[in-house]
Every structure is written in structure tokens, then in C-alpha cells.
Ligand binder design. Structure first.
Ligand code: CAA
Length: 255
């Protein structure tokens, strides 16, 4: 039976893990299922936003029962990074809606999102060093880029599990909401993003990322200028500006 589900609500896609008995711990087969669903999202041009959300617990990390006897080669094959990179590389915005535990590989999944919304009872962290390993699905790379090196080191070196309030204070999540409102808040935001010009949004996402990765600031500003100018080749740019001048809402066509 499927342990990862893809649902669509209009132009919003939702990917959920369904393994409640293990707090949605992520096995290799779960990640394989997720990979197929991410590919489906990637190919569907009608989807404007992806929400990652699992009921009760986001994911209590990689499956320790499956990892314990791995040798080095098996550990490499077990890793989730190729799928997580696909999520991070999606051109549409991705929102992680975090309830309950988001630990280790679960939190690394949340770090592939552009925006994280957490419930007030969420518990997050990278406990890998308490198990004799370290984050291996993008955590050592994405976490410092998002919250800064010193904060990332404190989290990853201590393995501390932190509250949503603390995660918000350090920028690990964008905002905190009531536990029973997490999904609704994510959906509200996804619907707002779905109304924005998709090509412009994708360009902004790609340009912010390249700006983060390129050490030369002026080069990044040149890339921004080129990407900005290119948007003037789209019909949506004409539509957006025309709609403003005609005092109506734009109807973007993704063209
Ligand atoms: N792997 C496998 N099973 C897990 C799991 C995990 N990561 N997390 C929870 N489970 C299972 C438990 O084994 C238990 O199953 P059984 O009933 O069969 O024993 C069930 O889920 C419920 O868990 P608990 O009884 O432990 O529930 P709790 O409420 O007492 O504690 C918890 C909750 C604090 C999250 C605790 O389960 C826990 O610490 N889990 C492990 C968290 C962790 O270390 N995650 C990081 C994994 S390493 C990683 O992710 C590496 C990477 O870079 C990819």
C-alpha cells in the first residue's frame, strides 16, 4: 500500500507521508515513492505550488531500524539527497507545513521548501550526532544557508530538539501557527502564491538561489538584471501591467 500520497486541490499539490505507526519515519521505499510523485508534480504545468504536509508528525527522520546495519556503500544508496534536490530544484514554490516531529532527514525534507510554517507544538532538530552520524540529506549545506553558520553549528553539534517558538526566532521556520491551523495556513499561502505570475515567481526563485550560491555580488546583480529583463518577453508581464492600468485583477496564463 502507498505510504506517500499526492493530492491536488485545484492548482495546489500536496505530498504527504502516511506511516503514522513510525511517526512518518522515512524509509528508502518511502523516498522512492516520493521521488515518483515529485516527478509527477514536475511534469504537471498546471500545478502552481507544492505543500509538503503529513498528519500529526512531519517525519521523525530516516528509518533507524533500516539504517543500523548499513555499511558505507549501503548508506550511500540509502541517502535521500537526489530526491530532496529535485524538490529544492522545483521551479514552483514549495511550502513545508510542519506538525509534530520534524527530525533529522524529516527536517532536511522541510529545508528543501522555500517557506516553512510550523504548529506551536512542533519539535524540530537534527539529532544525528546522538546516533553517531551527521545530517546527510542536505542538512549541513541548506541549514547554514538558511539560518547562518553559527546557529546551524549549534543545532547540528548539540542535536537538540527545539520548540517551534525557538525555531521561528532563529529563522528556521517562517512562522508559527496553532497546531490545527498549520495545513490551512499553508493552503492559504499556497493559494495566494498561485495567483502570482508563475514565470515571474519561478524567475525570482531561481535568481534568489543563484544569488545565495554566487559569492560575487555584482555578478549576482547582473544575473538579476538579465532575468528581470527576460520577463519582458512574457505575455504575463503585459497582462500584469495592463491589468494594473485597467484597474482589474490580472489573469496570468503562464506564458
Ligand atoms: N526510525 C525508525 N522508527 C522510528 C523513528 C525513526 N527515525 N522515529 C520513531 N520511530 C518509531 C519508534 O521506533 C516506535 O516504533 P515501535 O512502536 O515499533 O517501537 C514508534 O515510531 C513511536 O516512537 P516512540 O515510541 O519513540 O515515540 P516517542 O513519542 O516516545 O518519541 C521521538 C518520539 C522523540 C520522535 C522518538 O521516536 C525519536 O527520538 N525518534 C528518532 C528521531 C531521530 O533520531 N531521527 C533522526 C534519524 S537519523 C536521520 O534522519 C539521518 C539522515 O541524515 C537522513
Amino acid at each position: 500500500m502507498a505510504q506517500v500520497l499526492l493530492k491536488k486541490q485545484g492548482t495546489i499539490a500536496i505530498i504527504s507521508v502516511d506511516r503514522p505507526e513510525a511517526l512518518n519515519a522515512l524509509s528508502r521505499s518511502i523516498i522512492d515513492e516520493m521521488d515518483d510523485l515529485v516527478e509527477e508534480v514536475m511534469k504537471d504545468r498546471d500545478i502552481r505550488c507544492l505543500i509538503l504536509h503529513s498528519k500529526k508528525n512531519f517525519a521523525a527522520g530516516a528509518d533507524i531500524k533500516k539504517m543500523i546495519e548499513c555499511n558505507e556503500q549501503e548508506a550511500r544508496a540509502f541517502l535521500f539527497s537526489p530526491t530532496y534536490n529535485k524538490i529544492a530544484d522545483l521551479s514552483i514554490p514549495v511550502i513545508a507545513a510542519i506538525e509534530g516531529y520534524a527530525l533529522g532527514g524529516g527536517m532536511e525534507l522541510a529545508m528543501t521548501a522555500d517557506i516553512r510554517i510550523a504548529g506551536e507544538g512542533a519539535k524540530m532538530g537534527f539529532p544525528e550526532v546522538t546516533l553517531g552520524i551527521m545530517p546527510g540529506a542536505g542538512g549541513t549545506v541548506r541549514v547554514p544557508r538558511i539560518i547562518g553558520e553559527a546557529r546551524a553549528k549549534e543545532l547540528i553539534f548539540t542535536g537538540d530538539v527545539i520548540t517551534a517558538e525557538r525555531a521561528e526566532a532563529m529563522g528556521l521556520v517562517n512562522r508559527v501557527t496553532a497546531d490545527d491551523q498549520v495545513f490551512d495556513e499553508a493552503m492559504k499561502l499556497a493559494k495566494k502564491l498561485a495567483k502570482r505570475a508563475p514565470i515571474a515567481l519561478a524567475a525570482a526563485k531561481a535568481t534568489i538561489r543563484s544569488g545565495q550560491e554566487e559569492p560575487d555580488q555584482n555578478k549576482s546583480i547582473d544575473i538579476e538584471a538579465a532575468n528581470w529583463a527576460k520577463l519582458f518577453t512574457t505575455e504575463d508581464q503585459k497582462e500584469g501591467m495592463r491589468a494594473f492600468l485597467e484597474k482589474r485583477k490580472p489573469a496570468f496564463q503562464n506564458k
